[in-house]
Design a protein around this ligand. Sequence first.
Ligand SMILES: Cc1cc2nc3c(=O)[nH]c(=O)nc-3n(C[C@H](O)[C@H](O)[C@H](O)COP(=O)(O)OP(=O)(O)OC[C@H]3O[C@@H](n4cnc5c(N)ncnc54)[C@H](O)[C@@H]3O)c2cc1C
Ligand code: SF4
Length: 337
Amino acid sequence: MNRFDYVRPNTVAEAVQALGADPQARFIAGGTNLIDLMKYDVERPGRLIDITRLPLRDIVEHDGGLRIGALVTNATVAYDVRIKERYPLLSSAILAGASAQLRNAASTGGNLLQRTRCYYFYDTATPCNKREPGTGCGAIGGVNRIHAILGASEHCIATHPSDMAVALAALEAVVQVSGPNGDRAIPLAEFHRLPGDDPARDTNLAPGEIIVAVDLPAKSFATNFTYLKLRDRLSYAFALVSVAAALELDGETIRTARLALGGVAHKPWRNTEAEGLLQGKPATRETYQTAAELILAEAKPQSTNGFKIELARRAIVRGLEQAAAGTPQSQSDKRIQ
Ligand SMILES: Cc1cc2nc3c(=O)[nH]c(=O)nc-3n(C[C@H](O)[C@H](O)[C@H](O)COP(=O)(O)OP(=O)(O)OC[C@H]3O[C@@H](n4cnc5c(N)ncnc54)[C@H](O)[C@@H]3O)c2cc1C
Ligand code: SF4
C-alpha cells in the first residue's frame, strides 16, 4: 500500500497551484485509468488532486463550434444532442470505446491523457522505457500484436488507446490548457507526441498544466463520416486499427477529406498529404486505395503485428466507402454500447 494525500481544489487556479507545489502529485478525474495504474504500482502519486469540483462540466457554443469542458463525461458528450447532430463522428467514436459504466465516469481530459495499454507498461517485472526510462522495451521482439506500425522508435512501439482522440484529430479539435505560465491552445494534432528517444512523455502538455476544455471547430462533417473500429471483440476492447473518416462531397467528387487512424501509432495518425490526394478526386474505391497506399508506405511491422498493415489498408478503404455512402457506422457499434 502506497500512502498518498488527497486534496479537492475548487478552482482551476487552485488546482494548478497544488500541482506546481508537489512534483509527485497527479490530477484525478474519473479515475478509470489512474486508479488502475496505482493498483498495478505503475503510478505512485504522493498526492491526488481531485479535480471533479472544478467548474469544467459544460458544453457551450464557441466560435461557431462547441467547447467541451474537461470534466464532461464521455457519456454526456456522446449523447449530447448538439454533438449527435453536428459532430456524430465524435459521438460514434466515444460509443465505440470502453463500456457504458466506464463512459459514465471517464472525463474528456482524462480520455486524452489515458496511458497506453502495452502489456509491459502495466507489468512492473518487465523492462519498459515509458514506465522506467532506460530499462529497455519488452515489447520489441516480445508480444507486440497490438503495437504500432507507424511512427514507432527503437525505444518504444506503444500505441495510444483513445478512440475519442482519433475523431478529435479528424475534426481538428483544439485542446485548451491552463498552467503556471497562463493559458494556451494546443491543436489536437500536436497534443500527443511520437515516442522518439523520450517515450515517457505521451503528450506536449508542459509540467503543471491542466486541460480545461476541448474546442470543436465549426466544420463538423455531419453527413459523410464514419468511425470504423476493428478489434478482437465487438465490445469492450481497444482498437487494433480504427479509422475516423470525414468527407465533403460535390456530387461524386471529394471536396474535402479528413482521415485519422487509431491503434497504429503513439498518437492519432493523420497524413495530410493523403487527405490532399483525395481532394478533387472521384469518390471511388481506386481513389481510396491510393490514399491507403500512401499512408501505409512507411508502415513497419513488429515481430507479430504485420497483419495490422493489411488490416489498416482495408479499414481505410472501407471507412472512406462508408463515409462517402453516408452509412457511417459499423452495425456492431450500434447494437453493442
Ligand atoms: C476496461 C477498460 C476498457 C477501456 N476501453 C476503452 C476503449 O475501448 N477506448 C477508449 O478510448 N478508452 C477506453 N478505456 C479508457 C477510458 O476511456 C479512460 O480510462 C478514461 O477515458 C480516462 O478518463 P478518466 O477521467 O477516468 O481519467 P483519470 O483516470 O482520472 O486520469 C487519467 C490521466 O489523466 C490525467 N488527467 C485527468 N484529467 C485531467 C485534466 N483535466 N488535466 C490534466 N490531466 C488530467 C490524470 O492525472 C491521469 O494521469 C477503457 C478503460 C478500461 C478500464
Ligand atoms: S512499447 Fe513502450 S510502453 Fe511498451 S514496453 Fe516498450 S517502451 Fe514500454
